[in-house]
Design a protein. Structure first.
Length: 396
């Protein structure tokens, strides 16, 4: 049983602070970006979906490569380069004058994310005790999502208390990004030679694959297949923000709405991860995907502003139940020496589905209706939940 009083390792806490600061920077921009694209630059919903989908899919390709490479070299330099590139590119959105320029900036930002994510997740897994893995990944996601609370609040304060224009908010986002790089350089230390051992609580099939640790195991690939189905219905959250705007949430209130959503995520990430250490990963993920499906169905049918606020809060619960738990399940299913590669494939799979998911969602939104687009996402989430139950063994 997980001892919640056990201190978290230094690397886990330091990487949590890095992610918090990076997300403060990112989320000063993200909730305002779809409105900026549509109202200032004249982009359509399909264009916004293409920008976000293409950016995430580009990142996915690099997550696969960087994860594989991090099993063969030191992980920290890859993490540092990835965070540094994103911190340098992200504020340039404030200088963009066309949707194509935003696309180039977003892709560059996501290149940084693609390079850092899998090595960082492997660093977290390296630092985590087997019985504490869910809590470690949950804590990291909680810190990341706390940054997503503080970022929109800072954007709101800048715009409404000091009169800063939206473009200037984007430029101010450089400061927390730089602070995150400093924390990473000083406080994150890397262990060497993790070795080919497998963790004691890994699945029997994963233990068998240790005889040939090049193999990731069939349960892992089945998990990725199910995850891909879910991801195809999981479009960019920019569409949820557009829906909020449609239903009467003022542009000035969008950052506060986004902050409230991320506060729920941050408060539920660590308990969700710790609960999966006790109950197993699958029950938490299935519950989260069911919450997602219900929220998407209701988003398509919402008619008032208060319903948008309620749905965004419940939507945060989905992340609390799944974000850290999905990654903990990856570490459960593979040999320790293949964690970087496994996280690369995990992140690649999510990114692989991001482009068609967002593009198709945008097309259905434009050509049929927003309700039809949300119903499509809900249906795929339901199919994925059934697939997880039937295809993927329990991790405990």
């Amino acid at each position: 049983m997980t001892d919640v009083r056990r201190p978290l390792p230094r690397n886990v806490k330091a990487l949590g602070v890095v992610s918090l600061l990076s997300d403060v920077s990112s989320e000063m921009i993200y909730p305002l970006l779809p409105i900026f694209l549509m109202t200032v630059l004249g982009a359509s919903a399909a264009t916004i979906g293409t920008i976000e989908g293409f950016a995430e899919s580009t990142a996915a390709m690099l997550k696969l490569a960087s994860g594989w490479w991090s099993d063969r070299v030191r992980r920290k330099p890859l993490v540092l380069f990835g965070y540094g590139l994103a911190a340098a590119m992200r504020p340039l959105v404030g200088l963009a004058t066309s949707a194509s320029q935003v696309l180039a900036i977003r892709v560059s930002d996501r290149v940084g994310k693609g390079i850092r994510t899998s090595p960082r997740d492997a660093l977290l897994a390296d630092a985590a005790a087997a019985s504490d893995r869910g809590r470690v990944f949950g804590f990291h996601r909680a810190a990341d999502n706390l940054g997503a609370v503080l970022g929109p609040l800072l954007a709101w304060l800048l715009m409404h208390r000091t009169g800063v224009a939206i473009r200037s908010v984007f430029l101010w986002s450089a400061i927390p990004g730089v602070l995150g790089i400093m924390v990473l350089v000083v406080f994150v230390k890397e262990k060497h030679n993790v070795g080919p051992q497998i963790n004691a609580d890994a699945l029997p099939i994963a233990a068998a694959s240790a005889k040939n640790d090049q193999a990731l195991g069939r349960p892992f690939w089945k998990y990725l297949l199910v995850l891909l189905v879910f991801t195809l219905g999981c479009s960019t959250d920019a569409f949820l923000l557009l829906r909020a705007s449609q239903l009467g949430v003022a542009a000035a209130m969008i950052p506060l709405l986004w902050a409230a959503h991320n506060l729920v995520k941050s408060l539920t990430n660590t308990p969700g991860g710790a609960l999966s250490d006790k109950l197993g990963r699958k029950p938490l993920i299935v519950a989260g995907w069911i919450v997602y499906a219900i929220v998407y169905l209701l988003f398509g049918r919402a008619t008032t502003e208060w319903q948008v606020w309620a749905l965004f809060l419940v939507y945060g619960l989905y992340f609390g139940l799944t974000e850290g738990v999905e990654k903990a399940l990856v570490a459960d299913l593979v040999p320790a020496s293949k964690r970087g590669t496994a996280f690369g494939w995990y992140n690649f799979t999510i990114g692989l589905g991001a482009l068609p998911a967002s593009v198709i969602f945008g097309l259905v939104w434009d050509r049929v209706s927003p309700a039809a687009a949300f119903e499509m996402g809900a249906a795929l989430a339901g199919v994925a939940a059934v697939g997880l139950v039937w295809l993927v063994p329990r991790s405990r």
